[in-house]
Design a protein around this ligand. Structure first.
Ligand code: ATP
Ligand code: MG
Length: 422
């Protein structure tokens, strides 16, 4: 069995061209033609263009992008429901592009399942039978199937419903049955193509929460396609953003929001409530003045003056933060004849943990101008967040007329394709 940081899926230079003359595509590409020129000149569509990434075991990897950007095609290449033209796709190291039919069938049955929008539920079977169905295909014994299916139902809080027919449940409950089945009994790796997109927003949100909860309980590797950025940010450990068949950026939700790689990605993330997504760690700076608590007050004053700092952080010899002092407080203390920093360290100071969202530090900004200390679990000082950095990080990106143009062009283009296909 595979270990935790093992690579579950590795895509290496994968290409998929739709049309019967892919050779014409390679020739034109060599001459530097764009995807659009190739469509116009040859009618061949490059749906996936030289895509490479690795997905670790138990990771949730989200593929996001506008309609027509190649998400579904890429997902279906991973289990060869669509045959890629070029490239390698390794599942736990085995190249599936080289597998014969029986090897492929075995892989899909045991390691790699595709979850469809309605989870492929059978309305006339009982809830329990539906959940256990995947295991039946895999040849597990009846008692094993029953036990696993019961456990799955419990996880989605549907215990007691096992003997009901599926059609007796509400739409949302049926979706939970489907989710339980895929996450609990299907194989190690799940490929999910917009599984929640047909749902109304409230049920969709509930299912996303359910998904997070279940996934934490059972651990699976999931490749999840969505065109909803909020879903991507909520569910993804990493997000790959596709445009015209290529991955234009791949990174954690924080990376994507804080450092969009180009105008296309910026346009996606410009309205994201950054205070909820970005962590303290992502914007913290090196503290300007850190002084040992046994030092004289003058040392802090000298350093704050030299660095034009508002505050000095006072630590003990192990680096634990003991308090802060502002320039005003230090000068006042000197006037009163006090000597050492530990005598004047303010024990109540704003602080946060590195992984907390910026949202948690916002009220400090309203209260005063002292930078927020970022402390690890031993209260060691890792960095500081200034008011300026906090406000700067939360500002929506400047509207970029070029980016908007790119996105609109993408939408129009895909509408054209959709209309042409009818
Ligand atoms: N069977 C096919 N034959 C020809 N072209 C196809 C086929 N399937 C997809 N395409 C084209 O490949 C491109 C990528 O399509 P794909 O379905 O992967 O996009 P998507 O990102 O999943 O879009 P959506 O968000 O609308 O589901 C599109 O330009 C599409 O028209
Ligand atoms: Mg799709």
């Amino acid at each position: 069995m595979s270990k935790n940081n093992e690579i579950a899926i590795s895509c290496q230079n994968v290409w998929k061209v739709f049309g019967n003359r892919p050779k014409a595509v390679w020739d034109l590409l060599r001459k530097g033609a764009t995807r659009q020129e190739i469509i116009e000149q040859t009618g061949q569509v490059i749906a996936v263009k030289d895509v490479s990434f690795d997905i670790r075991q138990n990771e949730i990897f989200v593929i996001m992008g506008l309609s027509g950007s190649g998400k579904s095609t890429l997902l279906r290449c991973i289990n060869r429901l669509i045959e890629p033209n070029q490239g390698k796709i390794l599942i736990y190291g085995a190249d599936i592009t080289r597998m014969n039919n029986s090897e492929l069938k075995k892989l899909r049955r045991h390691q790699l399942s595709m979850v469809f929008q309605h989870f492929g539920l059978l309305p006339n079977r009982s809830v329990l039978e539906n959940v256990a169905f995947g295991l039946e295909i895999r040849g597990e014994s009846k008692s094993e199937r029953q036990a696993k299916a019961m456990e799955a139902l419990e996880l989605v809080e549907l215990q007691g419903w096992g003997n009901s027919r599926l059609h007796e449940l509400s739409g949302g409950m049926q979706q939970r049955v489907g989710l339980a089945r895929s996450l609990v009994v299907d194989s190690d790796i799940l490929l999910m193509d917009e599984p929640f997109s047909a749902l109304d927003p409230l049920i969709r949100r509930q299912l996303q929460d359910e998904f997070i909860k279940l996934r934490a309980a059972v651990k699976k590797t999931v490749v999840f396609v969505t065109h909803d950025l909020y879903e991507a940010l909520k569910l993804g450990d990493r997000i790959a953003i596709m445009k015209d068949g290529e991955i234009v950026q791949c990174g954690s939700p924080q990376d994507i929001v804080s450092q969009p790689s180009d105008d296309y990605v910026s346009e996606f993330v410009k309205d994201v409530p950054k205070a909820k997504i970005l962590s303290a760690e992502s914007i913290m700076q090196e503290p300007e003045v850190v002084v040992w608590r046994r030092y004289d007050i003058e040392v802090a004053i000298r350093e704050m003056t030299a660095k034009k700092a508002q505050v000095a952080f006072i630590t003990d010899s192990r680096g634990e933060l003991k308090g802060t002092v502002t320039m005003e407080q230090a000068i006042e203390a000197l006037r009163q004849g006090l000597g050492k920093l530990e005598e004047i360290a303010q024990k109540e100071f704003p602080w946060t943990s590195p992984e907390s969202p910026l949202e948690a530090s916002l009220h400090y900004v309203a209260e005063g101008d002292i930078p927020v200390a970022v402390l690890d679990e031993r209260r060691h000082l890792l960095g500081m967040i200034t008011r300026k950095a906090l406000i700067g990080a939360m500002k929506p990106d400047k509207p970029n007329s070029e980016a908007r143009f790119v996105v609109e062009a993408g939408i129009n283009h895909n509408e054209k394709i959709a209309a042409g296909g009818q």
